[in-house]
Design a protein around this ligand. Structure first.
Ligand code: G3P
Length: 249
């Protein structure tokens, strides 16, 4: 950890029921969280209101996706305006499941980021390579192309957190080693320095996601360029998520 305040997000993905979420919220409300960490959870859209009205204000709320422009006749979509109306401060964009399962493309994701920022939401901008891309030595090329799509679209990086999530580590139990993650985080920072600015490179938080849990987060957090985590599965367990939040030393 090095740049700015440590940032830990819990991406609940398409999980939960009213009852399981009430339990998770109650566990989070009673957890002790280090003061110097930004903590965000991202419930499924349909439960955001329930979470907002029951969760401690200590934890901010994020959408898991948002529409590319103003709301209207877009069946099945959720607008940035609606996320704000429910009290969200953040939105996750470019998650690998949106890219590779749903088929969202770089340019579309960049436009979404620009729109969300223009409306005042913070953006958790996800990037990451697939296993075959890593094996072909294309990790940096893939990550840089995804970063460039964000950079080409957004006017400012002030409200962006970059989440590096190697696709092969997501939901697989196969976490990147601290060295593997650190190597990409350094490269991402280098790319930002070269292509955006030195200031943005040094200030932007670059968080890691992919099978982070209560047992591996402390080692990862020791790396200079790992400024937090985006947690999937382990964020569905309140006490374990709290351990991850508190893993920065
Ligand atoms: O966005 C978080 C994520 O994709 C990582 O998921 O379950 O591997 O922690 P998981």
């Amino acid at each position: 950890a090095g740049s700015g305040k440590f940032f830990v997000g819990g991406n609940w993905k398409c999980n939960g029921t009213k009852d399981s979420i009430a339990k998770l919220v109650s566990d989070l409300n009673s957890a002790t969280l280090e003061a110097d960490v930004d903590v965000v959870v991202s419930p499924p859209f349909v439960y955001i209101d329930q979470v907002k009205s029951s969760l401690t204000d200590r934890i901010d709320i994020s959408g898991q996706n948002s529409w590319v422009g103003k709301g209207g006749a877009f069946t099945g979509e959720i607008s940035v305006e609606q996320l704000k109306d429910l009290g969200c401060k953040w939105v996750i964009l470019g998650h690998s499941e949106r890219r590779h399962v749903i088929g969202e493309k770089d340019e579309f994701i960049g436009k979404k980021a620009a729109y969300a920022l223009s409306e005042g939401l913070g953006v958790i901008a996800c990037i990451g390579e697939k296993l075959e891309e890593r094996e072909a030595g294309k990790t940096f090329d893939v990550c840089f192309a995804q970063l460039k799509a964000f950079a080409d679209a957004v006017p400012s990086w002030e409200n962006i957190v970059v989440a590096y999530e190697p696709v092969w580590a997501i939901g697989t139990g196969k976490v990147a080693s601290p060295q593997q993650a650190q190597e990409v985080h350094v490269a991402v920072r280098g790319w930002l320095k070269k292509n955006v600015s030195e200031e943005v490179a040094s200030k932007t938080r670059i968080i890691y996601g992919g099978s982070v849990n209560g047992g591996n987060s402390a080692e990862l957090a020791k790396e200079e360029d790992i400024d937090g985590f985006l947690v999937g599965g382990a964020s569905l367990k309140g006490p374990e998520f709290a351990t991850i939040v508190n893993s920065v030393t």
